[in-house]
Design a protein around this ligand. Structure first.
Ligand SMILES: Cc1cc2nc3c(=O)[nH]c(=O)nc-3n(C[C@H](O)[C@H](O)[C@H](O)COP(=O)(O)O)c2cc1C
Ligand SMILES: CCCCCCC(=O)C(=O)O
Length: 385
């Protein structure tokens, strides 16, 4: 049954009558400012930062701002339904939670809080390989879950982690291709800060029997050595397209490639028998000067048609942004930094508040633009302006 996400608006107004305000802003475009003022510098800086001068991070937003929605009137859009089927999963809305690593840097509950909030709304969470909690611990939070792979160079460690994810009920695998080494990130470099050096984001390998078998001493006995062992293998640096078949042998469910920015790479994903792609530049955290992800989307969507599921991230902030990405060819979006800010500001409730704001804004804006369902959206509803 379709969910009336717009109800969050009336709920907030009614609570207001009783003297209660939302936990923090409902203006998702302004959330980063509130997080900047209230979160510790290291955690906030790591989440907010981008590669190099930040040009691509800014371009991601500017690309959304260049597209304008042209609303239609008397379109009988009262009765909306955001339900969307992605890779066989029926989602209540075309939104998934993007993989974000080491979430305890912004809140002690980290990914556990995120998983609970996502589950309470029925949205799939994509758990990062560099998570602060194990695949099994997150599975206990319930809800629909996908697993994001940073593809280890040690094939047996890779097989072990994927086996655990599969046994713990993760349905789809998202293989991130754009981050086989960390981009040049001045905001972190200036503070000589990266979460993993503080031991955060290492729960999955540290709880993995095969990874542990590679160590002379356990992580509990010699943390620096265990960290270094993981750093040296956690993304292989010389994989090629032909090796995707290795992952296919290890994973029987759908496989999605994340970080596709060129139509030829999207076609190669189809040829390699992949089930989906995420058009993404990793939120501008990898190649400074790379094109805005939204600008890459229409060409890529056109190149692959319906041969593969096209998902999108990088720069999505508001409900209107979701509409624009869907109109330009995405089936669904991955939502990133904003929920991490919500987590930092108010834990599980903060993530839920951010997601409910996004879904309510999407639901309301879709109707006011004159549309009932995501499948009705096409480029014709947008103008460059
Ligand atoms: C703090 C942080 C950590 C991230 N960690 C991962 C990760 O572990 N795996 C991954 O595939 N993407 C990771 N990403 C990228 C996101 O999945 C997503 O592509 C990006 O946040 C989209 O940009 P946006 O948040 O500006 O919309 C991370 C992003 C941020 C901000
Ligand atoms: C080798 C790069 C590790 C990055 C891990 C987290 C991430 O994806 C991000 O910070 O962005």
């Amino acid at each position: 049954m379709a969910t009336r996400f717009g109800d969050y608006q009336s709920e907030i107004y009614l609570h207001g009558l009783a003297g209660t305000k939302p936990p923090f802003t409902t203006d998702l475009a302004a959330l980063e400012e509130e997080a900047a003022a209230r979160l510790p510098e290291d955690g906030f800086g790591y989440v907010a930062g981008g590669a190099g001068s930040g040009a691509t991070m800014r371009a991601n937003r500017e690309a959304f701002d260049r597209w304008k929605i042209v609303p239609r009137m008397l379109a009988e859009a009262t009765d909306r339904d955001l339900t969307t089927t992605v890779l066989g999963d029926e989602l209540p809305a075309p939104v998934l939670l993007a993989p974000i690593g080491a979430q305890t840097i912004v809140h002690p509950d980290g990914e556990l809080a995120t998983a609970r909030a996502a589950a309470s709304l029925g949205l799939p969470m994509i758990l990062s390989t560099v998570s602060s909690h194990s695949v099994e611990a997150i599975a206990e939070a319930g809800g629909s879950r996908w697993f994001q792979l940073y593809w280890p160079s040690d094939a047996e460690v890779c097989a072990s982690i994927l086996g655990r994810a599969r046994n713990a009920g993760y349905t789809a695998l998202v293989v991130t291709l754009d981050t086989w080494t960390m981009g040049w990130r001045p905001r972190d470099l200036d503070r000589a800060y990266v979460p993993f050096l503080n031991g955060e984001g290492l729960a999955i390998p540290f709880s993995d029997p095969v990874f542990r078998s590679r160590l002379a001493k356990s992580p509990e006995e010699d943390l620096p050595a265990a960290m270094l062992a993981w750093m040296s293998m956690f993304t292989g640096t010389d994989f090629g397209w032909h090796q995707l078949s290795l992952l296919r042998e290890l994973w029987s469910g759908p496989i999605v490639l994340k970080g596709v920015q060129h139509a030829d790479d999207a076609r190669r994903a189809v040829d390699a028998g992949m089930d989906g792609i995420v058009v993404s530049n990793h939120g501008g955290r990898q190649v400074d000067g790379a094109l805005a992800a939204l600008d890459a989307l229409p060409t890529i969507a056109g190149a692959v048609g319906d041969r593969i599921e096209v998902l999108f991230d990088s720069g999505v902030r508001t409900g209107a942004d979701v509409i624009k990405a869907l109109a330009l060819g995405a089936k669904a979006v991955l939502y990133g930094r904003p929920y991490a800010y919500g987590l930092g500001l108010a834990g599980e409730d903060g993530v839920r508040h951010v997601l409910r704001c996004l879904l309510a804004e999407l639901y309301i804006t879709l109707g006011l633009a004159g549309y009932r369902t995501p499948s009705e959206l096409s480029p014709s509803l947008l103008r460059r302006g």
